[in-house]
Design a protein around this ligand. Structure first.
Ligand code: HSE
Length: 403
């Protein structure tokens, strides 16, 4: 028998308990031993929950119980979750996590610790919710030299943008809906400012390119600056606005990663990724482009990935399951400032100003456009060049166009 303890009985933790309970017989058969939920650690009590009798408040009970084999960490954040993860690994227990913040900040250290202790540290659910992406990246695509990972990595912001594009909802109304559906983080700032996508691209970059990338090394821009006017101008040139996380392996081996809103061609596969869905495109020298698609957030999709890791850890109690990369460092990454794009610019100003400073710009028109406002696409250039070209204008939005 394999015993499991869940840390944190929020959206994901309660989903994990539900899946373990509902699919217990099938899970036990697949791993050739019963997988039993023994404890749920939370600061709260849940008297009305069918799992009420498993709820405890002291982590030491789990740490000191030699019959607990696998600890599922769904607390989130990188403080208490870090302490409990270190202690669980030190106590010789495998840890399964959905915590992207923890993996992005401390993944290298925790993987090393798990290796020293001969246990597993698995975190498939930390990226893409229910989409299998980390294992395919590290195993199925292992024969490739990977050059780029690019995707829609945050369900909440994709839901918000979809509702703005298709429903004409304001940003605030769409965010409220996403929160009600349980997609958003406890503090949705992490979603809308791009931090959540940033953590996920760090994890993807580490697995794809083999070195730890820290969130502080990834320039990050969220969607709080995206307006219905931007949505309309993007539609006028056959594009949709999407928040993308990108990690590119440069010819010198360094990693260039960033998160920002982009205008994406309506015909491209990423433009078809809507609502809470995530889509991740991986480029490899043998495979070409491959895309992963599915529900990127939500209770049961995320629990599906967590429980699959629990099953993997259960099968490998005696021989740990590997997911690893090398250390980070200042020499590992490079800023995206050298990359060239067509830029979408919306600004206070007149078309004549644009025509004289950027004769090759493509001016855009949209129904209901504001007086005294101009929008255009620049020729290909770096960000610094785009900013210099728009110098005579009061810029309101400046987004990359994905080719
Ligand atoms: N808040 C996250 C999202 C949850 O919206 O994608 C899944 O990581």
């Amino acid at each position: 028998m394999v015993n499991v303890a869940i840390l944190g009985f929020g959206t994901v933790g309660s989903g994990v308990a539900e899946v373990l309970e509902k699919n217990g017989a099938h899970i036990g058969q697949k791993v050739s031993t019963p997988v039993c939920l023994k404890y749920i650690l939370d600061v709260r009590d849940f008297p009305d929950s069918p799992f009420a009798d498993k709820v405890i408040h002291d982590f030491r009970i789990i740490e000191e119980d030699p019959t607990v084999d696998i600890v599922v960490e769904t607390i989130g954040g990188a403080t208490v979750a870090l302490d409990f993860t270190r202690r669980a690994l030190n106590a010789g227990k495998s840890v399964v996590s959905s915590n992207k913040e923890l993996v992005a900040e401390h993944g290298y250290e925790l993987i090393q610790l798990a290796a020293q202790k001969g246990v597993s540290y698995l975190f498939e659910a930390s990226v893409g919710g229910g989409i299998p992406i980390l294992r395919p990246l590290s195993q199925c695509l292992a024969a490739n030299e990977l050059t780029e990972v690019c995707g829609i990595l945050n369900g909440t912001t994709n839901y918000i943008l979809t509702r703005m594009i298709r429903g004409g909802l304001s940003f605030e109304a769409a965010l409220k809906e996403a929160q009600e559906k349980g997609y958003a983080e406890q503090d949705p700032t992490a979603d809308i400012e791009g931090h959540d996508a940033c953590r996920k691209i760090c994890i993807l970059a580490a697995i794809a390119f083999g070195r730890h990338v820290y969130p502080r090394q990834v320039p990050t821009e969220g969607i709080t600056g995206v307006t219905l006017a931007d949505v309309a101008y993007a539609a006028s040139c056959g594009r949709k606005i999407k928040l993308l996380g990108r990690a590119i392996r440069e010819p010198d081996g360094r990693i260039c990663a960033y998160v920002a809103p982009h205008l994406v061609d309506e015909e491209s596969p990423l433009a078809g990724v809507e609502d809470v869905f995530n889509g991740i495109v991986v480029k490899g020298d043998a495979i070409g482009d491959v895309m992963f698609y599915g529900r990127g957030a939500g209770k049961l999709p995320t629990a599906s990935a967590v429980v699959a890791d629990v099953m993997d850890a259960a099968r490998h109690i005696q021989s740990r399951k590997r997911m690893e990369w090398g250390p980070g460092g200042d020499d590992v990454t490079v800023s995206p400032d050298h990359l060239v794009f067509h830029w979408y610019v919306r600004a206070e100003g007149e078309p004549e100003t644009v025509r004289s400073s950027l004769p090759h710009a493509e001016l855009l028109t949209a129904p209901g456009a504001a007086e005294g406002e101009v929008a255009f696409l620049t020729p290909e250039m770096t960000r610094a060049q785009a900013e210099a070209a728009a110098k005579g204008l009061k810029v309101r939005s400046l987004f990359r166009v994905l080719e």
